[in-house]
Design a protein around this ligand. Structure first.
Ligand SMILES: O=c1nc2n(C[C@H](O)[C@H](O)[C@H](O)CO)c3cc(O)ccc3cc-2c(=O)[nH]1
Length: 318
């Protein structure tokens, strides 16, 4: 079975670990969000691609869900000693090596998709990890700070500000001129099922869908598209998805997120058992819906969710 998964950061990576356990013989292609990418210290950092690669490759810092395990921060300390910022983004020594290799290859003219393939040759994530695009796309967030409206980089909003200010707009800068990376549209066209894991619907899944051609390819793929709600009991399970959902006028509920994706895209939607009441509403929107446990407490729980998603896909296909 060929499965295509649109993945953001921590939620997407954790879901993929369960999907691999649930469907060990499946051919999984991950279309990774690159809107979180940031250039720091002359290096290109790709948080969501790295989180998938490290999580599935066994190198992730498990508690954080991002960055490498067993980290030290000597380089970060030395940069701070030179007064070279920003200090608010925690890059560890091991992680720096990834960004040095990536930037060296990009400077040599390799596209991000080739770079990602080369990095995955070490980590062997067990899935094909494709960036959504080889073109530069960076999500910016419009906020009011110090009495003025300004656009700041997503990472500055997410990490420095901890999403403490209302987001007035979330803009994937560069998306409208970008093209899907090589292999992305083919993977979607050849997929037997497309899954939207419990990643951030705005800055992760939404950014991937903003790359011209990807949303249409999924809508036209003619195979079941099934998503899992990142919102449980009217609150995001992790992260601050509600802050950016507000920016696009979407309520932080399992139903609202399904409606946001729309029945033109989604065929099935899993909500958590506590949101059982949402099932009828989601089905009224033309999207098949089931209420199942959606907390990714461990790999077994996540594998059970993945099996539910694949089962719903087969129900939809019938
Ligand atoms: O909350 C934080 N998230 C950090 N993240 C997470 C990152 O902001 C998020 O993983 C995604 O951008 C959102 O999914 C990092 C991810 C990396 O790949 C590398 C470094 C960091 C550093 C931080 C950090 O200092 N604080």
């Amino acid at each position: 079975m060929r499965i295509v998964v649109l993945a953001g950061g921590i939620g997407g990576a954790r879901f993929l670990r369960g999907l691999k356990a649930a469907a060990p013989d499946a051919d999984i292609t991950v279309i990774g969000n690159t809107g979180d990418d940031i250039h720091l210290f002359g290096l290109k950092v790709c948080p969501d691609l790295d989180t998938v690669m490290y999580t599935l490759g066994g190198g992730i810092n498990e508690e954080q869900g991002w960055g490498r395990s067993g980290e030290t921060f000597r380089v970060k300390e030395e940069l701070a000693a030179y007064g070279v910022g920003p200090e608010w983004f925690g890059l560890g020594d091991r992680d720096f090596a990834t960004h040095i290799v990536r930037t060296q290859m990009l400077s040599a003219g390799y596209p991000l998709s080739d770079v990602t393939e080369a990095l995955c040759a070490r980590w062997k994530p067990g899935v094909r990890l494709l960036p959504m695009s080889d073109d530069r796309i960076e999500t910016h967030v419009a906020v009011d700070e110090d009495g003025e409206r300004k656009a700041i980089h997503f990472q500055e909003y997410w990490v420095r500000l901890r999403a403490s200010l209302p987001a007035h707009a979330v803009v994937p800068v560069g998306a409208d001129q970008a093209k899907p990376a090589p292999g992305v549209l083919d993977a979607i066209a050849e997929a037997d099922v497309v899954l939207f894991p419990p990643s951030n619907p705005v800055v992760s899944i939404g950014t991937i869908l903003a790359v011209p051609g990807i949303r249409e390819a999924i809508a036209d793929a003619g195979v079941p598209v099934v998503g899992l709600s990142p919102i449980v009991g009217d609150a995001p399970v992790r992260g601050m998805a509600d802050k950016v959902l507000a920016a696009v006028g979407v309520e932080a509920t399992a139903t609202a997120v399904a409606q946001h994706y729309g029945s033109g895209l989604l065929d099935g939607w899993l909500v958590d058992s506590v949101d059982r009441a949402a099932v009828a509403e989601v089905e009224a929107a033309g999207i098949r819906c089931r209420a199942v446990p959606l907390m990714m407490t461990d790999v077994d729980a996540t594998a059970a969710m993945a099996r539910e998603a694949l089962a719903l896909a087969e129900e939809v296909r019938a």
